[in-house]
Design a protein around this ligand. Structure first.
Ligand code: NAP
Length: 258
C-alpha cells in the first residue's frame, strides 16, 4: 500500500466526528496534517495529542468555511511548502433542523447551503491550483446516503448532499487530464456530534436518532477514507457508500426494541 509518510493531508471539520477520526488514522500512518475548523481549542488539543502519540507535525487553521474571505486568508497564511496539499478531506458539514419545507427556517437553509456546498467549494478552490500545478493530489469529499435518496423533512440537507455528489462527479471529469483523484465517501447513520448540532444541543432528541440501531462510528468512516487514500497510483475509488447493517438507505432502517 502506498505510504502516507510525510504526505500533507488537509482535513476540514477536524475538531469533531469523522474529521477528527481521520486526523488520528492518517497521523498513525505518518501523514503531516493541516487541521481546520472553527473551534481552535479542540484543534489545539488534537494537535497536541497527535504530537505526543505519533510525533505528528501539524498546523491549525481556525476559520468559518462559510466565509470565502476567511477561507482565503487562512489558506494564504500557510507557509508556501504547506500549500502543496497531497490529500484534501472535505469533512466540514452539518445539518440544521428537520422540518417539512413549508415549516422550515430559511436561516438554517442558509447555514447548510453555505457550509456544505459553498464552503466545500471555497476551500477546494484554494487547494486545487497547487495540485493542478503538480499534476498530483486527491480530493476526498464527505457525501452522504442523503445525497443518493431523500428522507422525510430532509429536504435542504439532502439537497446539499446531492450537490456534493454532483460536485464530486464533475470535479472528476474536470481533473481527468491532471492525474488528480476524486473520491466521495457517503455514509448513512454515524454517531458523532452531527445530530446534537442538527437539533441545536437537544441531546435526548439526538440520541433518539440512533435508537435500536448499532450506528457507524466516526472511525468506521475514517477507515473507508483511509482505504481510498492508500490505493495504488493508477486506482481511483470513485465512491464508497457505507451504512450500519440495520440501514439499507436513508429511509430504510430496522430498529431493535429498546
Ligand atoms: P460533526 O461531529 O458535527 O463534525 C462536523 C465538523 O464540521 C466539525 O469539526 C465542525 O467544526 C465542522 N464545521 C461545521 N461548520 C463549520 C464551519 N462553518 N466552518 C468550519 N468548520 C465547520 O459531524 P460529522 O458526523 O463528523 O460530519 C462530518 C461530515 O460527514 C459532514 O459533512 C456531514 O454532513 C457528513 N455526514 C455525516 C453523517 C452522520 O450521520 N454523522 C452521515 C453522512 C454524512 P467546528 O464546529 O469546530 O467549526
Amino acid at each position: 500500500m502506498p505510504s502516507l509518510k510525510n504526505k500533507i493531508v488537509f482535513i476540514s471539520g477536524a475538531s469533531s466526528g469523522i474529521g477528527m477520526a481521520c486526523a488520528r488514522s492518517f497521523a498513525s500512518e505518518g501523514a503531516t496534517l493541516i487541521l481546520a475548523a472553527r473551534r481552535k481549542e479542540k484543534l489545539e488539543q488534537l494537535a497536541l495529542e497527535l504530537k505526543e502519540t505519533f510525533n505528528t507535525g501539524s498546523r491549525i487553521l481556525s476559520f468559518d468555511i462559510q466565509n470565502n474571505h476567511e477561507v482565503k486568508e487562512a489558506f494564504n497564511s500557510l507557509p508556501e511548502d504547506w500549500k502543496s496539499v497531497d490529500i484534501l478531506i472535505n469533512s466540514a458539514g452539518l445539518a440544521k433542523g428537520m422540518q417539512k419545507l413549508q415549516e422550515g427556517n430559511p436561516d438554517d437553509w442558509d447555514v447548510m447551503i453555505n457550509t456544505n456546498i459553498k464552503g466545500l467549494l471555497y476551500l477546494t478552490r484554494e487547494v486545487l491550483p497547487y495540485m493542478v500545478k503538480r499534476e498530483s493530489g486527491h480530493i476526498i469529499n464527505l457525501g452522504s446516503t442523503a445525497g443518493h435518496d431523500v428522507y422525510p423533512s430532509g429536504n435542504v440537507y439532502c439537497a446539499t448532499k446531492f450537490a456534493v455528489n454532483a460536485i464530486s462527479q464533475s470535479l472528476r471529469i474536470d481533473l481527468l487530464d491532471k492525474s488528480i483523484k476524486v473520491s466521495s465517501v457517503d455514509p448513512g447513520m454515524v454517531e458523532t456530534e452531527f445530530s446534537v448540532v442538527r437539533f441545536s444541543g437537544d441531546v435526548d432528541r439526538a440520541k433518539n436518532v440512533y435508537r435500536g440501531v448499532d450506528p457507524l462510528t466516526a472511525e468506521d468512516v475514517a477507515d473507508a477514507i483511509l482505504y481510498c487514500a492508500t490505493r495504488p497510483k493508477h486506482v481511483n475509488i470513485n465512491e464508497i457508500i457505507l451504512t450500519p447493517v440495520a440501514q439499507a438507505q436513508s429511509n430504510f432502517v430496522v430498529r431493535k426494541p429498546v
